[in-house]
Design a protein around this ligand. Structure first.
Ligand SMILES: [Zn+2]
Ligand SMILES: [Zn+2]
Length: 654
């Protein structure tokens, strides 16, 4: 998803430079209202079209603007018990509010706004107008130099159908568009609206803090793979520094004398991995077994998101699933989770209310086929429905694999309805209650860390972690490509640490990283086991060594070594990795800069260029503390970052 982030952040950058000309007109996004809502609201049939072509220029421009605005806007955050923070509006809106012209969306009356969007709504019912919108957005992309011309054209044609459909069903409904533009008094915008899951009446059991297991207690060794990002078109010797969002590829061109070239095993640049590196990793982890089980949290395809097809996505899913199965053997169960890159367009995960060819059936059905050696019939059933499932791993331990694309702001289908998509969180609550009743422990795996989710989803998830803190004994995510974690505290005082979401580093090098993988040591299968993470290790392939033999620097190693980068307890002097240990570690980072810089080095899998000081350090500590998106925003405000931190954290989504 990096490309899109980069793409739209570039829009911000370009427009921000223009801000000095437009001093007036600060637009405030609507704070979320306090009343939760439910259900899909757009059931009424679309009206009949067609304005004459001459009337279409304004709609096309406005839709172009709306589309860009939507994708460059700042999320107003959660409207849950804590008050929503004041937000600055989308840069595009600020830019439009130029005093010289005397125009501001704030000056538009609610009825006028609704009238404009009603016209738009009708206009978009015609295919010709869809074409115009796509063309206009493509032109904007090219003229603003957001990407090169070919990338602009390809990405617009890839996104256009699904995106315009979602727009038609959501934003372009006058009440939502006007809520975003004029203010909350003029309507509601679904993607930021608050909602609440229902918890069962069963009271929360008393909490007993976990204690370290007795020496010699059994442990489980769990392999964790995430963000493989295999690039079928990776080409050693091609240029590693190109203009496109992804380099080291056949069409990246040949390196000139000043440019670096793609290495044999991978490259420190905006490049993904050749298949040989993925296979080499799998050979190495197979030899480093046995593994009690494997968690694999998604993002299989490369970052060439402007030119992906369903057929390619499915073939990559099959190739990698089969390779993992082949190398690890039939006796190891792999529990996969769905990443945001599995679909095309990237991030496009229509919830189950979308049927037919636009639904995710093409993807989930193939996943169910490929993953059937590992998953139960019941698990395959919910996987086909919404991309999530649960399975018992051992007596006393269960895994829940969440489809975190239903929490992601980038999933534009949530513009239509973002209320607990696919009822996934409500299903999670039922699953957890059943486990609590049985005295079973639960691990949650997923792709996008919950602290980076839409405000309301994140708030509800945090609430669930609080209620079931004695049942949920591990949370495992990926997606940021970096080695980090996020803390969960009790909701009342926000002081007692009660959970940690471990975020493991990627297999891919994207961007400037060594390839890597993670191993978790979990309290084992015995009576009274906490089933919590006791330790973890990170292994890397040092690319400088792998791509250059010492005796012949232009020749790569044939059998490169995957080496231990660090073991957490040893590196940080901890006894365990319980939530209290991780919280203590954060305090250490504040006081002991050497320990923090060590974390910074590990966070980038041993390949960093600069130390992280001052603002960088403060914002990273904020990130670690914020298992909930709201905390990140508040941290932001407390430190006077004016919203930049939360935005930057979402940038790490890429
Ligand atoms: Zn990824
Ligand atoms: Zn991802």
């Amino acid at each position: 998803m990096f490309f899109l982030c980069h793409f739209f952040l570039s829009v911000k950058k370009k427009t921000r430079t223009a801000e000095c000309y437009f001093r007036d007109g600060v637009f405030t996004s609507p704070p979320s209202s306090s009343s939760p809502h439910t259900g899909c609201r757009h059931s009424s049939p679309r009206r009949t079209p067609a304005c004459p072509p001459s009337a279409m220029r304004l709609p096309a421009l406005l839709i172009t603007f709306t589309l860009l605005l939507l994708l460059t806007s700042t999320p107003p955050g959660s409207g849950h018990p804590a008050p929503a923070s004041e937000q600055r509006g989308p840069v595009f809106v600020q830019q439009l509010s130029r005093p010289g012209v005397g125009f501001s969306w704030r000056n538009v009356s609610c009825p006028l706004c609704k009238a404009v969007f009603t016209i738009l709504d009708i206009a978009l019912l015609s295919d010709t107008n869809e074409e115009r919108v796509a063309q206009a957005v493509g032109e904007a992309c090219i003229r603003l130099h957001l990407a090169d011309e070919q990338v602009c054209r390809e990405i617009i044609s890839l996104f256009r159908d699904d995106f315009i459909r979602a727009l038609q069903q959501s934003l372009l409904w006058p009440s939502e568009a006007c809520a975003l533009l004029v203010g909350p008094s003029c309507g509601k915008f679904d993607i930021y609206a608050p909602w609440n899951i229902t918890l069962p009446k069963a009271p929360k059991p008393p909490v007993t803090p976990p204690s370290p297991p007795k020496p010699g207690s059994p442990q489980n060794r769990v392999l964790f793979l995430t963000d493989i990002h295999w690039d079928q078109e990776y080409l050693a010797g091609s240029t590693a520094d190109c203009k496109a969002p992804l380099c080291c590829r056949k069409d990246s061109g040949s390196p000139s004398w000043r440019r670096r070239e793609a290495g044999y095993w991978g490259t420190y640049s905006k490049c993904d991995l050749p298949l040989r590196t993925v296979e080499n990793l799998l050979e190495n982890v197979a030899a480093a077994g046995p593994w009690d089980w494997v968690y694999w949290t998604g993002d299989i395809p490369a970052h060439n998101v402007w030119s992906q097809t369903r057929k390619q996505q499915l073939s990559e899913l099959s190739v990698i699933s089969r390779l993992i199965h082949k190398h690890l053997g039939p006796n190891v169960t792999v529990y996969p989770a769905i990443g945001n890159h599995e679909s095309t367009p990237v991030n496009s995960f229509p919830p189950p209310f979308v049927h037919g060819n636009r639904s995710s059936a093409w993807l989930y059905n193939t996943m169910a086929e490929e993953w059937s050696p590992w998953l139960s019939e019941q698990a395959l059933k919910t996987l086909r429905y919404g991309g999530f499932y649960t399975m018992a791993i051992q007596p006393g331990l269960r895994v829940v694999s969440l489809n975190m694309n239903f929490c992601a702001r980038e999933n534009f289908w949530l513009m239509v309805n973002s209320t607990d998509p696919a009822n996934q969180l409500q299903w999670l609550v039922h699953t957890l209650q059943a486990s609590e009743d049985k005295g079973e422990k639960v691990h949650i795996i997923g792709h996008i860390p919950p602290g980076l989710c839409l405000g309301s989803w994140s708030w509800n998830y945090y609430h669930i972690i609080n209620r079931y803190e004695s049942t949920i004994t591990g949370q495992f995510f990926g997606h940021t490509h970096l080695d980090e974690f996020q803390m969960f505290y009790d909701e009342v005082t926000m002081k007692r640490p009660l959970g940690v979401a471990f975020i493991a580093p990627s297999v891919t090098t994207y961007i400037n990283l060594n390839p890597g993988y993670r191993v978790y040591y979990v309290d084992g299968n015995y009576q009274g086991s906490s089933r919590m993470v006791l330790d973890h290790e990170t292994y890397i392939l040092n690319l400088t060594e792998a791509n250059h033999k010492p005796e012949a620097p232009s020749t790569p190693e044939q059998n490169p070594k995957w080496t231990l980068l660090y073991r957490a307890t040893k590196a940080y002097g901890l006894t365990s990795l319980f939530p209290s240990n991780c919280d203590g570690l954060m305090q250490t980072f504040v006081k002991d800069d050497q320990a923090f810089q060590k974390f910074w080095y590990f966070r980038h899998k041993g390949h960093v260029s600069e130390p992280c000081k001052e603002t960088c350090k403060t914002s990273l500590l904020c990130f670690l503390r914020s298992g909930r998106y709201e905390e990140l925003e508040q941290c932001d405000l407390l430190n006077g970052f004016g919203g930049n931190l939360a935005r930057a954290a979402r940038k790490t989504l890429c």
